[in-house]
Design a protein around this ligand. Structure first.
Ligand SMILES: COc1ccc(N2C[C@H](O)c3cc(S(N)(=O)=O)sc3S2(=O)=O)cc1
Ligand SMILES: [Zn+2]
Length: 276
């Protein structure tokens, strides 16, 4: 390391030194004050339709674990799901196997393609979520990341556009163990080291979603550097359950670099939070 080189301080309070947008006027996460959210009749139901065969790898990118999806080819029309392996795999969703892996509807105009899912958690069951609801933190938070493949030709291009990304956030609360989540937490031992990845196929994110897809939505940003203000946030109002053992497995398995990987709520700066 060159003499005098100062390792950048990686704590959220210091991100503005490297990424000035950290002080921007559409930063995430936020505290959702339910009394101040505004009902918007123009908001449509969310329509997630995922092609399970597009799940590819599980990855430890140093501040979270993620399941990366093959977002290169739009499979609509070309992918003929093999019903036997699909239906046996996905007892959770009796919906017809899809030929695409996209999110449409809700506050979105156009088709947003699934890129990856990842989690944020804390060092105990009391804290861990990034968004809070009336000041309340959940134990963890799942992010399902999509990009506007209809309007932009690549994910990187979309990530720099104000309507480029759409992230669906799902709160995790401590309760029953979640067998669908175990499909991921049981694999974390294979990606203990930063940068490690492991094959992870046939996973349908719909299995992780709560019964109700009612949501709050607002314009925000990535919650990790480069903190780009390109995210349409869709925060589901109903949490899913996870048991303490699953969360501690996640923390134990990859605690080295992933503990407390949640950014605190940022100023709303006059933004509106709408609900369907
Ligand atoms: C342009 O540079 C990049 C932009 C984005 C990314 N990604 C990885 C990040 O971990 C990350 C964090 C997200 S969160 N917590 O939902 O706000 S979404 C997301 S990502 O998959 O888009 C990588 C490079
Ligand atoms: Zn995230």
């Amino acid at each position: 390391v060159p003499v005098g080189y100062r390792m950048p301080d990686l704590r959220p309070a210091h991100w503005k030194e490297v990424f000035p947008v950290a002080n921007g006027d559409r930063q995430s996460p936020i505290d959702i004050k339910t009394e101040e959210t505004k009902y918007d009749p123009s908001l449509r139901p969310l329509n997630p339709s995922y092609d399970p065969a597009s799940a590819k790898i599980i990855l430890n990118n140093g501040h979270s674990t993620s399941v990366e999806f093959d977002d290169t080819v739009n499979k609509s029309g070309s992918f003929q799901p093999n019903r036997s392996n699909l239906l046996s795999e996905f007892s959770c969703s009796d919906a017809e196997p899809t030929t695409a892996f996209v999110l449409t509807g809700g506050p979105l105009s156009g088709t947003y393609r699934l890129r990856q899912i990842h989690f944020h958690w804390g060092s105990n069951d009391e804290a861990g979520s990034e968004h809070t609801v009336d000041g309340m933190k959940y134990a963890a938070e799942l992010h399902v990341v999509h990009w506007n493949a209809e309007k932009y030709s690549s994910f990187v291009e979309a990530a720099s556009q104000s309507d480029g990304l759409a992230v669906m956030a799902v709160f995790l609360k401590i309760g029953e163990c979640n067998p669908q989540l175990s499909k991921i937490t049981d694999r974390l031992d294979t990606i203990r080291i930063k940068g490690k990845k492991a094959l992870f196929t046939n996973f349908d994110p719909r299995c992780l979603l709560p019964k109700s897809l009612d949501y709050w939505t607002y314009f925000g940003s990535l919650t990790v550097p480069p903190l780009l203000e390109s995210v349409i946030w869709i925060v589901l109002r109903e949490p899913i359950s996870v048991c303490s053992e699953q969360l501690s497995t996640a923390e134990d398995e990859v605690a080295c670099c992933l503990l407390r990987n949640f950014r605190p709520p940022q100023p709303l700066r006059g933004r509106e939070v709408r609900r369907n």
